[in-house]
Design a protein around this ligand. Structure first.
Ligand code: ARG
Length: 245
């Protein structure tokens, strides 16, 4: 009796594995990003269409530690959470700020980088000295970003673009008064746009995390292990020195 139960158990395990052929643990880790956010993720490299950056190097180590091959999917920032929850990607690595709203639909890793919003505007514009000066200004932001959400607290005149880069183009064309964007990417865009300046206002710190679907508990553990190992063995600091100013 016992034997046949075991046998049946064995059979059903085999059939489950066969049935699950398409959803068996894959050896590829699909990481979704929006590669318009230097130095965290950007398109460039020798071929000109490689996706590189701080987040991508972290993701490479995360994939390696999980025994998987890294595959990067570049998409619109505001599509990332939808893609994650539809199972199209396994991880979001996109300088994504951990917020309570997002935590309602995804699980975040431990925070891996502290940032804040900053203002980018023309060097000739002297109208912004504190957050109250943002009231009623025409603010450019990246669609779905924390900058987008914050800007709406100050002004009804907010235009959201698919990338921060497009928002900055509009700023240069005088179509928006200022752009609200994350500190490191803003500094990186400033390098190439000497007619702009960066202003730090009294904005709260934000913390970036990698996001995974709620049910992928093992994956989040593995990401946190990689992060803590990289912090203790100096790899994390080396990447900060390589990518940040
Ligand atoms: N930290 C901001 C947020 O989470 C902006 C992130 C934008 N990231 C990107 N790869 N474009 O909303």
């Amino acid at each position: 009796m016992k034997k046949s139960v075991l046998f049946l158990g064995g059979l059903s395990l085999v059939s489950i594995l066969m049935l699950a052929g398409c959803s068996k643990p894959s050896d590829v880790l699909v990481v979704g990003t929006n590669a318009s956010f230097p130095p965290f993720e950007y398109v460039g490299g020798v071929s000109g269409d490689e996706i590189n950056g701080f987040d991508i190097d972290l993701a490479r180590q995360i994939a390696e530690d999980a025994g998987k091959t890294l595959k990067i999917e570049n998409m619109k920032f505001d599509s990332l959470i939808v893609a994650l929850n539809a199972g199209k990607i396994d991880v979001i690595a996109s300088g994504m700020t951990i917020t309570p709203d997002r935590q309602a639909s995804v699980n975040f890793s431990d925070p891996y980088y502290e940032a804040t919003q900053v203002v980018l505007m023309s060097k000739e514009n002297n109208s912004i000295h504190n957050v109250d000066d943002l009231t009623g200004k025409h603010i450019g932001v990246q669609l779905g970003s924390t900058g987008d959400i914050m800007a709406k607290n100050y002004s009804e005149d907010v235009t959201a673009f698919n990338t921060g880069f497009e928002a900055i183009m509009e700023l240069k064309n005088g179509k928006v008064d200022l752009v609200l964007f994350d500190s490191e990417p803003a500094a990186s865009f400033l390098d190439k746009n000497p007619e702009l300046k960066l202003i730090k206002l009294d904005f709260a710190p934000e913390f970036y995390g990698f996001a995974v679907a709620k049910e992928k508990v093992e994956l989040i553990k593995s990401i946190n292990n990689t992060l803590s190992t990289m912090k203790s063995n100096g790899q994390y600091e080396a990447l900060v020195n390589q990518y940040m100013k």
